[in-house]
Structures are given as C-alpha cells and as structure tokens.
Design a protein around this ligand. Structure first.
Ligand code: F6R
Length: 354
C-alpha cells in the first residue's frame, strides 16, 4: 500500500498499532488534567519552604518530566534546578534540596540509586511513579508519592509524569501557581488532537504529512534552546522508540558553532531536517534559523518546518511534544513496525537488572 493510503486507512493504522500507542498519544490532554490533579493532591509532600535547590532524577520517558520543568522554569526559580540522568546524585544535595525521583515503572536502576542516596542524606524527596520498587521503598520510608496511572509505556505517560510533577511542585510552593493554565493547555491539545487523529486525512494532518515527508530518510530535529531543545530531544527519542529509526537532535544556537560544519555538500542526502518553531523563541536565536537551514539544505537535506500551537511556554512545549509523538507513530505505520515494543531497551534492562 502506498504511504498516503496507509496513513489514511484507519483499519491499517489500527492493525499496525495493536497496543494503542496512537490512542495514548492523543490522550495527552486528559493525562495533563489527571496528572496535575494527582500531583496537587499527593499526600505528605515535603515543605517547599527554604528549599535551596531542586534535582529531578529520571531516565528516558520519566526523565522528560524533569526536562519539561527545566524548559519552563530554568533560571526563573530563584534556586538552581538540575535534571539528573544517571546513577549519581549531585554532591550539593542535602537536607534543603528537593529531590524528585521520577520513574514510571519504579524499577529503573539509575533512579533507584539516586533515591537511595537522597533518602540517606535526608533530602526532601518525592517519588513520581506507578509503583514498582520505587513505590515500595517510598512507602516503606514515608516518602511522598505522586501516583501515576499504570498500564502505559513510560514514554506514552508523559502527561501524567510531567503534570504530576508540576502539580506537586505547585502544591509545595516551589513553582508559581499554574492557575487556569493547565486547563487552557489541555484545550489547545484537544483541538490539536482532532487534527492529528487517524480519521483526519494526510492532506490536513500535520503529523501524517510530516511522517510522509520523513519517509525513508533519517530525521534530524532542531529546536531553539529551552522549549525547542526539549521538544527536539523528545522527537528524537519518540522516533527512535516508536518508529525504530536512528534520529538526531540539535539545538540552536549551539549547533551553529559545530554541527553545521558536518552538513557539507552531499552529506545530507539521506536525511530530512525538521525545525520545531514557536513564537516565544529568543529573537537572536529565531534569527539564526533561516541561514542555518540554508546550510543544511545545501548538504542535500530536505527541510520541513513544524510550528507549535498556542502562545504560552506550556502550550508551545506540550503541543510540540504531542506532534512529535504522533509523527513517530505514523512513521511506524509507514515503516510497518509496531510502535509499542522496545526490544533493545528490554534486553539491556534484563541483562543489567534494571
Ligand atoms: C519506555 C521508555 C523508556 C523508559 C526508561 C526508564 O517507554 O520511554 O525510555 O522511560 O527506560 O524507565 P522508567 O520510565 O520506567 O523509569
């Protein structure tokens, strides 16, 4: 079946996606609402008074929750905030540091290692998890848990994880109140979801048409420092895990100081560049896109621009995340691969014990 016909055949899409990854992606608005409520209402959260720093520990899909907080609040919190993606907790963490252990399964070795050190040092700890070993240890030690609904792939629970964390941070007074913003974002995503769904034809569906534009090429995703960078990295990992393709992410302005040199004439012929744009980019960074894209195109790369929805940081970021996930699932359909299994990750976890 040709590309567009696969993408516009709801039956073929469903047959290719037996575990319902697309439904999970399109369920993002509900996840944001539920996750936020769950975080706000979590029992026994530590006090945010006098917190001198924050570290969010988490890997893969669970680490994205930390990236979202970082993109929204970097440099605006009054205390340093760090995302830690490894087994070591930064040395500065002590009793006035808020440490969030984010692991959907609760069984990820790096996150458990950080949790152990954080509780041992008397940090103010919060676990964001659907259960597993992290949930068990948190309950045993009286550590607050933001409960996340079970039954998803971790990467497909990004709304639960990120908004659960945001809700808890708001309740602790660590971030300013999001007020009506969560509902506003959920509405933006709902409206976007209507255009991204399986029934919406490729001609008017930005996710289907971006997947078709990628086709057999390798995707390279660029975004502007901050929101665009988090979105570009998340597109890369969704394309890796759902569509099972190698993919690459770059960030402006940094890539103008190195990566662009690699896109020499002819080097881009098997690649397609996706630039993720939003209205809140720093004007100096925004001004770099045209010439940087021009360099990339002169390497033989195709180019496609994708634009965020809404005009607030949260809606720009979440709409780009939703778009990337939908693109990856449609690309999986075009490539005839089931988006859900992640055999390589499962094998490595099995062999290394978590
Ligand atoms: C799987 C996925 C992975 C996991 C990662 C950490 O869908 O996205 O990147 O998120 O292996 O596992 P958890 O999230 O259970 O801590």
């Amino acid at each position: 079946m040709s590309g567009d016909r696969v993408l516009d055949d709801a039956g073929a899409l469903a047959a290719n996606d037996p575990s319902g990854m697309l439904d999970a992606v399109l369920g993002l608005p509900g996840q944001c609402r539920d996750g936020f409520r769950s975080g706000r209402e979590a029992a026994d959260l530590p006090s945010g008074d006098g917190v001198t720093g924050m570290v969010v520990c988490g890997m893969g899909g669970s680490g994205v929750a930390g990236d979202v907080v970082d993109a929204l609040y970097r440099g605006r919190l009054g205390v340093p905030a760090v995302v830690s993606k490894g087994p070591e907790l930064p040395e500065f963490c002590g009793k006035d540091t808020l440490v969030v252990a984010s692991s959907y399964s609760g069984d990820t070795s790096e996150t458990l290692a950080c949790f152990e050190v954080a509780t041992g040092r008397g940090c103010r700890v919060v676990a964001v998890t659907s259960g597993g070993e992290l949930g068990r240890r948190a309950r045993e030690r009286g550590v607050a848990v933001v409960p996340v609904r079970a039954g998803f792939q971790p990467r497909a629970a990004v709304g639960h994880l990120a908004f659960g964390l945001l809700g808890a941070l708001e309740a602790m007074g660590v971030i300013p109140s999001l007020g009506v913003e969560v509902e506003r974002v959920a509405r933006v995503l709902q409206e976007l979801g209507e255009r991204l769904g399986p029934e919406s034809p490729a001609s008017g569906n930005p996710a289907k048409s971006a997947a078709a534009a990628i086709g057999d090429r390798f995707p390279v995703v660029w975004g502007a420092e901050g929101i665009g960078a988090v979105a570009a990295t998340r597109w890369r990992t969704e394309l890796n895990e759902n569509a099972k393709v190698p993919a690459f992410a770059g960030v402006l302005p940094e890539l103008d100081h190195n990566e662009v040199v690699g896109w020499s004439p002819g080097a881009g012929e098997r690649f397609v560049l996706l630039t993720l744009r939003h209205p809140l980019e720093h004007p100096d960074v925004a001004a770099r896109f045209p010439v940087s894209v021009d360099v990339a195109r002169s390497s033989g790369m195709l180019h496609r621009e994708v634009r965020a929805e809404g005009d607030t940081p949260l809606s720009c970021l979440m709409s780009l995340l939703m778009l990337g996930s939908a693109v990856s699932v449609y690309l999986a359909a075009l490539r005839g691969v089931d988006p859900t299994p992640i055999d390589a990750i499962s094998r490595i976890k099995r062999e290394l014990g978590g």
